[in-house]
Ligand binder design. Sequence first.
Ligand code: BES
Ligand code: ZN
Length: 457
Amino acid sequence: MSKKTVTLLLSAGLVFSSLPSAVLADPPPAGSKADHAFDNKVIKKINADRLFERVRDLSQGPREAGTQGEWSAVQYIKQEFESYGYETEIQPFTFQEWESGQPSITVNGTPFTGGIHTFYGSINRTVDAPLYDAGLAGPEDVTDEAEGKIALIERGEYSFYEKIQNAIEHGAVGVIMYNREGSSGQTFGYTYENQDIPAAAISREDGLKLAEKLKKETLSTNLTIQGAGTVDKTSYNVIASMKPHKNKDTGQIVTVGAHHDSVADGPGANDDASGVSGVLELAKIMAKTPTDTELRFMTFGAEEKGLVGSYHYADSLSEEEASRISAHFQMDMVGSRDSGDLIMFTPDGNKNLVTDLGASAGARVAEVVEYGQLGRSDHVPFFERGIPSALFIHAPLEPWYHSPQDTLDKISREKLKETTEIVGAAVYQIARPDTPALENARVAPGPVHYEFDDRPL
Ligand code: BES
Ligand code: ZN
């Protein structure tokens, strides 16, 4: 263990078992009233109504990365940070997005009216050919009958690559794929390099209708993909930082993040206006609380496009800066009325400084928080830079995840407040100016036992 890690653990009060017992001076039992006192500076100030109102402000509509909806949210977040007294930076970055262009299908001369999506990477081309039912397009499904035809393929069982490759190898000239059982949308699919074929996606309902018709008659089909391709879009991170107390600066940095973008078709009240509101609340409170640690509160853009904003931020850190970040706390989906209990996820499924702090803070504020293994959010780029990080989220998930129903009425004030209290107590434990605090056990929390939880999502 490096000297720095030991200092960190000491300052977090987490290595009691490896220290001589005389130093311990009877730490109060975890979860008892006595050890709440030192958290109160932060958690007493967390306000459920304020948390809820920010989710309301942010979830008026979708905040998809690269859209006006995102930009409005970015402005709102920046103004909030500034009103608490923070120097705030908007960090722009670009990401590539696939645009469908103008795909069209006609069947026996009749224009198809359902939604059509162009597969990511599809080439722009027009093909006129009979439709061929390729089933799931597994190795046994596609025959030489596909030659010169447009393959109608059901999604599922095999990869996009395999299906399209099987169609191409049997001479198909185009692909129309419909969604798998239980999935109704039509925005899926990608082709690989060298799969030189126009490929489109339609809904399951529309696909089944075509397959049904095809049993009875030949369907002369035109598949036209035009104007499809990638476009560069701009998204933003918003970063507010607070320097430590001048005389007590340890050189450590702690970061607390959430993502402000949502998916295209929902207002993302829980995913992740809830986390943004938590980050803002902690920023507001910590602005008036002296620390020995630099705190950076940040919201990321384009998380839903593949963690693009957090990768951009992590890549922008110098070696020296990255090595000073002791912990990253990620708040994502922290307020749904209909989800399960709080859990901390790490990408490798191992405990780290953040989960130690979170579990202990949980025990003091409410109850011990368990940990599990998951990526899927902005803690991943921090983890990959060697920074201890964890995702604070509730599991199992609510049914409204990534849907237009992820709205304010599903948000629980209590869940928002409790999660923010736990993250706040954990952040304050590492950032408070009187650490390392083992000499004064009244301000050091007891280590807690917490377990790996293989909970379903
Ligand atoms: N908030 C979710 C992450 C999440 C979803 C965690 C479900 C746990 C369970 C996040 O906004 C998200 O949707 N992430 C994407 C991944 C990303 C790389 C595009 C996802 O999980 O599909
Ligand atoms: Zn999310």
